[in-house]
Each structure stands twice: as structure tokens, then as C-alpha cells.
Write a protein that binds this ligand. Structure first.
Ligand SMILES: [Zn+2]
Ligand SMILES: [Zn+2]
Ligand SMILES: [Zn+2]
Ligand SMILES: [Zn+2]
Ligand SMILES: [Zn+2]
Ligand SMILES: [Zn+2]
Length: 528
């Protein structure tokens, strides 16, 4: 699969950062720098960085030679660009590169050279090579400032702006759109809602709607259904859940209708398989996600077995070829270290997503109330998840024979193409409770710090570890009477809020200020 297929129609193509229409929030770090003596240098460097970044790899922008008025070949632009833009540490010139805001360093994101520079030189801002957005390595996210944004917009809008002797202007072309339409095997109607459709709430069924939306807008799942992969199923429609999902895809991508869809068939099929889903009590969206994924796995395995009768069972067990596992499965390594002899015992478990603890707003330790935690970051949750922890129980070490204290540490051994993260907001102890702590999260997530770095296979680090957020589910209200909504990035890179049958365009600010319960990230650069 080429990187362009991640979000076809995305104006900046799959290998670049967030699209151009985005405006980010200022962070304390950038404000501090702009208030200091470094302001002039920073603004000058930002301007320079923008000039280079605007020699974009976007084919829909053409360049005219100002001397003779001829259009400059796109290949020449790319050559010029790759000459100017190279990681100073590894000479890598593809993927995301960051130009330092405070010095002349250029570092790549892929091999963490940009981050290393931020760490060692204390220069925490990088200008993204593809669109001139500013990344703060302290915040782990894109940031902006009204002054910087003014400079950036001026650069983009100023048509007389002379970029390396070239003038920038976009050439209209609908070739890409045509190719997109042709690429869908089901040839959708031109007026089709293209996935932007809500679900009618059929009595506390929002837990189901939000999960369906995250699957409908998941490029892997979408490609699977839209290319007719489940059409070979010969089960009775109302007894096969993936068949019902298939119908939903047809209704969402090939019909002119954009009124809310009533998922009656899926609801009926789901009730048949899982009795506990019946009734009008609010269900947990994460449990429903697991349930749907399992149903998709079972149905797909059946289809694959029918197709290749002699396919040996072993292969399927080790590395399941079904759509669920190809999309979501990864591996988690847990290692137990004996505190006496330091012997490490490791086990590897499959994972479909990560479930992360969040610190409670009102914590009590030994009867004393600790100061409330109003906000934490997803990176903190991931860090806690992968930090060694002393276990409460003593272990009999088989190596040194001592009954002793042990440390346990989790690391991700294999990352999936789509990384699901559950923030454990619900506690079901003697009573059910919901943790309301706001957990901030980055739009681009680098997983480098949380994976297992296998020193025998250093080449593994070469693979891209950057993930891009494309969907999130949030729960509003109390444990039993709440409501689910979800936010999803569509094919064009715009964010939409799905609240039952209501679909609205939302700003990036609204996305990042959401109290997320489930987050779905997709690997940023599939071509690597
Ligand atoms: Zn590099
Ligand atoms: Zn620097
Ligand atoms: Zn910052
Ligand atoms: Zn089926
Ligand atoms: Zn499977
Ligand atoms: Zn031991």
C-alpha cells in the first residue's frame, strides 16, 4: 500500500504532516522565546524555513520561472528541495524533517534526529519541512503563535513571493479526484455522502454508533469493505455481523442519502450473538469495539479458509491474516526481573490496543488527600505504562532459588498499523466511577520511547514510529447515564463530530480539547 492511500484526497499527501488549513495553539515555550531577545532571530529563521518548506512535494502546486515564464518541471523542484533539505545526522531526505528554529540544524523525525537535537542543544522547536508548521518537542505537538501564523499566511498568500527565483501558484486539476472515484470498486454515486453520515440513536445505542464511525473512517477497514472483501460470505445476512457492516459501508459510501442511518440489522445480529447487548442500558464502547473486532476476525478467517482449503492452520495461528489482526494487532513484552540475581524472564502477549491508567482527580494515599490532578498528558500515561514497577507479591525465583521481590516492565514489541488506546476512565469496583481528569494528547505521536529496542536487530528502529490521530471517542456525563460522541478525520483531512445522527465540522481546537476515552492513531508513513 502506498503512503498516498492513507487519506486519499488529503491535499498534502500521505507523507506530510497536518494539512495547511490547521491553526495550532501557542504553547508556553514558544511564547517565552518570542518574548525574549531571540525574537528577531527566531522570526528570521522561521521566514527562511518557510521559504524552503514551500518548495513543497505537493504536485498540485506548480512553479513558474520568473525569467522566461515557463513552468518548471516538478522533478526539478523536488531535486532542488532534496538538495536543501537533508537530515544533518543521517542525510535522510524523505519523510518528515524539522528545521531548527534557533540554528541551522535539520533533523529527521523518523530516526529521532530532530528530537535528539532538541534534547542536546535545547532548541525545542522545529519547522516542519512539508508545510512550515512549527513543532514543539517539549510539548510533543504542533504549536503556533499569532505572530508566526501571520508570517506563515503571508508567505502562502503572497503570490509575488519570490521563492528561489520561482513564483508559486496552484494549477487546478481534478485528475486526483477522478482517480479517487475510479479507485473505489463499487463506483459510488458522485453525490454520495462519502462516509459523512450519522446513525439514528435507537435507544442508548450511541456506544455502537461511535465505534462504527471509527471503523468506517479507518482506511484499512474501509478499503477492506469497499473493495468487496466480505462479499463472498454466504451466511444469512441477519446472522453475520460483518455482512451488516458491509451494508453500512454501502449505505455510507455509495448512496446519495445523508440522513441518519438506522443500524437495525446490525443491532439484531449483535443481540443474537451477544445477549448482554440487548436492552436499553448504556454499554461500554470499548467492549463493543472488542466484540466487533472478534466477529470480524472469525468471519474473515472462515472466508480465507474457504478460499484456500489447503492453507495450513499453523500459519493462521501465528500471524493471523484476518482484517482485524492485520489492522490492529501488535505484541507486548512483559519482563520480570529478580531483585536478587537480576535474572530476567520475558513473555510476549498479543495486543489489540493499549489500555492506559490515568491518575484520578481526587487521590488519597494513606487517608490523606493529594492535590487534585486536573490535567495530564498521554505521553505521561505511556511512560507510566512502560516504566518498571515493583510487584506487591514475592516471587520464587527459579534461577537463584530466593523468594524475593521482582520488578515488572512492559514494552511494545510490535506496533500495529492502527494503534488503539483506551484511557481507563471507568472503574467498576464496589461502585462504578468515572475519572474526569483531562488527558491531553498529541495529533502526531512518536512511539520511539515505548517500544522494545532490540539490540540484535537495530534495523527495526529504522521503521517509522510516527502515528497520526484520526479518530477519538469521548464519553459525556456520568457512568450509567452518559452519552458517547466521536470525532473523526475524513479523507480530506477535515475533522467531523458525530453525535448520533448529527454530523458537524469541527476545529482542531475542539479536537484537542476533548476529554478522550478511546484514541485511534494510524501509522504516518506506510511507505517505509
Ligand atoms: Zn536523521
Ligand atoms: Zn538548533
Ligand atoms: Zn511547547
Ligand atoms: Zn457475512
Ligand atoms: Zn484474526
Ligand atoms: Zn533470582
Amino acid at each position: 500500500m502506498s503512503s498516498k492511500k492513507i487519506f486519499p484526497g488529503d491535499s498534502t499527501n500521505g507523507s506530510s504532516g497536518p494539512p495547511d488549513y490547521v491553526t495550532f495553539k501557542p504553547c508556553a515555550h514558544i511564547q517565552q522565546v518570542l518574548a525574549s531577545q531571540a525574537r528577531d532571530t527566531v522570526l528570521r529563521n522561521y521566514s527562511l524555513g518557510l521559504k524552503v518548506s514551500l518548495l513543497s512535494s505537493n504536485k498540485e502546486v506548480s512553479y513558474k520561472n520568473l525569467e522566461n515564464g515557463t513552468i518548471v518541471d516538478h522533478k526539478k523542484i523536488l531535486k532542488l528541495r532534496s538538495k536543501l533539505l537533508k537530515c544533518k545526522s543521517c542525510s535522510n531526505n524523505c519523510g518528515l524533517l524539522f528545521m531548527c528554529l534557533q540554528c541551522s540544524n535539520i533533523g529527521c523525525f523518523k530516526r529521532n534526529h530532530a528530537f535528539n537535537h532538541a534534547k542536546s542543544a535545547g532548541h525545542v522547536f522545529g519547522i516542519e519541512s512539508n508545510n512550515g508548521h512549527l513543532y514543539c518537542f517539549r510539548c510533543g505537538d504542533y504549536v503556533s503563535d499569532p505572530k508566526l501564523e501571520e508570517v506563515r499566511i503571508a508567505h502562502i498568500n503572497n503570490s509575488n513571493n519570490n521563492v528561489q527565483g520561482l513564483q508559486v501558484y496552484p494549477i487546478e486539476t481534478d485528475k486526483k479526484k477522478k482517480a479517487l472515484i475510479l479507485s473505489d470498486s463499487r463506483a459510488p454515486s458522485l453525490r454520495a455522502s462519502r462516509g459523512l453520515r450519522g446513525f439514528v440513536n435507537m435507544g442508548s445505542t450511541c456506544f455502537m454508533s461511535v465505534i462504527l464511525q471509527t471503523l468506517i473512517h479507518n482506511p484499512f477497514i474501509r478499503d477492506y469493505y469497499l473493495s468487496g472483501k466480505h462479499l463472498g460470505c454466504d451466511k444469512e445476512p441477519l446472522s453475520c455481523i460483518p455482512c451488516c457492516i458491509d451494508d453500512i459501508f454501502a449505505a455510507f459510501y455509495t448512496m446519495d442519502e445523508n440522513k441518519g442511518f438506522g443500524p437495525t440489522a446490525l443491532l439484531t445480529a449483535a443481540w443474537k450473538v451477544k445477549r448482554s447487548l440487548a436492552g436499553y442500558t448504556e454499554q461500554d464502547a470499548h467492549e463493543f469495539w472488542q466484540f466487533l473486532l472478534d466477529e470480524m476476525h472469525k468471519a474473515d478467517i472462515l472466508l480465507l479458509e474457504n478460499k484456500t482449503e489447503q492453507n495450513n492452520q499453523k500459519k493462521i495461528e501465528n500471524d493471523c491474516p484476518c482484517i482485524t489482526h492485520r489492522t490492529f494487532s501488535g505484541e507486548l513484552q512483559s519482563s520480570i526481573t529478580c531483585s536478587k540475581c537480576r535474572k530476567v524472564t520475558t513473555t510476549i502477549d498479543p495486543m489489540l490496543d493499549l489500555s492506559l491508567e490515568i491518575l484520578q482527580q481526587n487521590r488519597k494515599v494513606a487517608g490523606k488527600s493529594l492535590p487534585p490532578i486536573r490535567q495530564m498528558n498521554l505521553l505521561d500515561c505511556l511512560k507510566r505504562f512502560t516504566t518498571p514497577e515493583k510487584l506487591d507479591v514475592l516471587y520464587n525465583c527459579s534461577t537463584c532459588g530466593h523468594k524475593t521481590m521482582v520488578y515488572k516492565q512492559l514494552k511494545i514489541k510490535k506496533l500495529p498499523p492502527v494503534l488503539g488506546i483506551q484511557l481507563k476512565r471507568f472503574e467498576h469496583l464496589s461502585t462504578s466511577a468515572k475519572i474526569e481528569t483531562h488527558v491531553t494528547f498529541p495529533l502526531m505521536l512518536n512511539m520511539y520511547d515505548y517500544i522494545l529496542h532490540d539490540h540484535d536487530h537495530l534495523d527495526k528502529i529504522e521503521t517509522d514510529l510516527t502515528y497520526e490521530l484520526f479518530a477519538l471517542v469521548c464519553h459525556i456525563g456520568s457512568v450509567n447515564t452518559g452519552h458517547y460522541v466521536c470525532l473523526v478525520k475524513n479523507r480530506d483531512g477535515n475533522w467531523f463530530k458525530f453525535d448520533d445522527s448529527k454530523v458537524t465540522l469541527v476545529s482542531i481546537d475542539e479536537v484537542t480539547s476533548t476529554k478522550a476515552y478511546l484514541l485511534y492513531y494510524i501509522i504516518h508513513d506506510l511507505s517505509s
